[in-house]
Ligand binder design. Structure first.
Ligand code: NAI
Length: 328
């Protein structure tokens, strides 16, 4: 029998947490044969609700779930963690400036990074979901100097999945026929969903669509502003789809991409594609045996270059801002 994998989830009592925990416990995160232990981190006000969720997890009698611990202390919650899903964050409230938002999140992600550094397992993999995800990942990474820096990643998989779905609907194929789509840059409105290297049923997607106006005026803004559209329609932000994307991100990282396909992950740049080294930016990546590699050699046309550069510029500004706050 395998030793259980310790999965730490922060913001466990939130709406993404509620959609996420049951799927982790039922084997969707790591595989149907991998037992898991859940470590839930919440702030004190969230502990009671987290206990309620833990009661429901018990009531599912999931065969793979080997235990649930709940804590408001990051040093306890990250102890022995193999996978950490950093979901809890400080949301932007009306009238809040970006500097204030980054500072408030620094107060969350810096101590969590330090706790990961001190207590997580050697093979720790970190996914940051809480926004601003890329820069929060950078803050946590900076506080964890003993953890290999490539273990800190940010979620753009929801954007990736949204783009696949939009492209499939436009071209009238099932989503399974869409391959090699890329999200570049920041998980924000500046992100760039790139179809120039994507395939629709084996054919080049940009040629299959052959409609640059749709690309510029419909596809890109629909993907980039989907979060706001969900809030408008549902009266609450995306939760089940965000949880699903977190599951996909970690599952792909651990279990690998399929031959002839890739995925999108926010990862520390090695300087590829002109993205300054160290920024946590979204790239096309292949994964294998728990490691990932940036897909190299893609030709970037002017249409893409302008948009990638704009999103990367925003990431650089966020990095400068958190540097100014002493968080890096
Ligand atoms: P929510 O407000 O329902 O839940 C957040 C939970 O985090 C709350 O229970 C809160 O008590 C907890 N929390 C706050 N600070 C904490 C801390 N220091 N330690 C532990 N827990 C803490 O929010 P929701 O809807 O679950 O979203 C969570 C985050 O995910 C938000 O930042 C949201 O913007 C982000 N998000 C990111 C997406 C992406 O694609 N990267 C997609 C959708 C949401």
């Amino acid at each position: 029998t395998r030793t259980p994998v310790n999965v730490t989830v922060t913001g466990a009592a939130g709406q993404i947490g509620y959609a996420l925990l049951f799927r982790i416990a039922s084997g969707h995160l790591l595989g149907a044969d991998v037992p898991v232990k859940l470590r839930l981190l919440e702030i004190p006000q969230g502990l009671k609700a987290a206990e309620g969720t833990a009661m429901e997890l018990d009531d599912c009698a999931f065969p793979l779930l080997r235990g649930i611990d709940i804590s408001d202390d990051p040093n306890v919650a990250f102890d022995g963690a193999n996978v950490a899903l950093l979901v809890g964050a400080r949301p932007r409230t009306k009238g809040m400036e970006r500097g204030d938002l980054l500072e408030a999140n620094g107060g969350i992600f810096k101590p969590q990074g330090a706790a990961i550094n001190a207590h997580a397992a050697d093979d720790i993999k970190v996914l940051v979901v809480g926004n601003p995800a890329n820069t929060n990942a950078l803050i946590a990474q900076a506080a964890a100097p003993d953890v290999p820096r490539e273990r800190f990643t940010a979620m753009t998989r929801l954007d990736h999945n949204r783009a696949i779905s939009q492209l499939a609907q436009k071209t009238g194929v099932p989503v399974s026929e869409i391959r090699k789509l890329t999200i570049w840059g920041n998980h924000s409105a500046t992100q760039y969903p790139d179809i120039f290297h994507a395939e629709v049923a084996g054919k080049n997607a940009a040629e299959a669509v052959s409609d640059e106006q749709w690309l510029a005026d419909t596809f890109i803004p629909t993907v980039a502003k989907r979060g706001a559209a969900i809030i408008e329609a549902r009266g609450a932000s995306s939760a089940a789809s965000a949880a699903n994307a977190a599951i996909d991100h970690v599952h792909t990282w651990v279990n690998g991409t399929a031959d002839g396909n890739w995925t999108s992950m926010g990862i520390p740049s090695d300087g590829s594609y002109g993205v300054p080294e160290g920024l946590i930016s979204s790239f096309p990546v292949t994964t294998k045996d728990g490691t990932y590699e940036i897909v190299q050699g893609l030709e970037i046309n002017d249409f893409s270059r302008t948009r990638i550069d704009a999103s990367v510029k925003e990431l650089e500004e966020e990095r400068e801002a958190v540097r100014g706050l002493g968080l890096l």
